[in-house]
Design a protein around this ligand. Structure first.
Ligand SMILES: CC(C)(COP(=O)(O)OP(=O)(O)OC[C@H]1O[C@@H](n2cnc3c(N)ncnc32)[C@H](O)[C@@H]1OP(=O)(O)O)[C@@H](O)C(=O)NCCC(=O)NCCS
Length: 153
């Protein structure tokens, strides 16, 4: 029998989502980064002066995509971080829906930055971001070039 999926919903993340987020990021990047992501997303529920805001795209009870934004002290620029769509659902429009939502609900004066690899830069270009500069990452573990991309709200 044909089974209709519920429509994706986008909402702020809850503390109880952290283990699901860890699994999602691990599925893309491995356990090391999954743990790191869960620790950073946990900052959304901490007492730090500028808390990140985490968003999840959920279908049924399943988180299929996550992303976070964090402001700066002067409130003019926000950075988008930890954008992750579960590998089973890449190229289904989830990443685009999630980032478009974040830009729509954003405070008015804000410009957006994201640091990304070459492989995902085309995704951000589709969302109206442009490359501001390339940055050489000199880490021994994962050297390479990343791109600082930006757009106005
Ligand atoms: C990169 C990522 C977030 C994209 O999310 P997604 O849900 O697969 O992308 P969408 O389906 O929403 O794609 C939106 C548009 O971008 C395009 N696109 C998606 N990924 C792309 C890529 N890697 N390169 C170029 N274009 C891409 C799509 O074709 C689509 O184009 P359209 O609007 O003309 O149809 C997702 O693949 C992912 O999580 N990858 C692993 C983690 C990662 O790289 N995160 C980003 C780190 S900064």
């Amino acid at each position: 029998m044909w089974h209709m999926e519920p429509k994706p919903k986008i909402r702020r993340i809850k503390e109880s989502d952290l283990s699901q987020i860890q699994r999602l990021v691990s599925a893309n990047y491995g356990k090391f980064y999954g743990r790191g992501a869960a620790l950073e997303y946990a900052q959304c529920f901490s007492g730090v002066p500028i808390k990140p805001r985490g968003y999840a795209l959920v279908v049924g009870g399943e988180i299929r995509a996550v992303a976070a934004v964090i402001g700066s002290f002067d409130y003019h620029v926000e950075a988008i971080t930890w954008v992750n769509v579960h590998p089973c659902y890449h190229r289904n429009g989830y990443g685009k829906q999630l980032i478009s939502h974040i830009l729509k609900v954003a405070p008015k004066i804000i410009n957006y930055h994201v640091l990304t690899t070459r492989s995902a830069s085309g995704f951000y270009e589709k969302l109206g971001f442009e490359v501001l500069r390339s940055i050489e990452i000199t880490s021994k573990k994962e050297p390479g070039t990343e791109f600082l991309m930006g757009r106005h709200r």
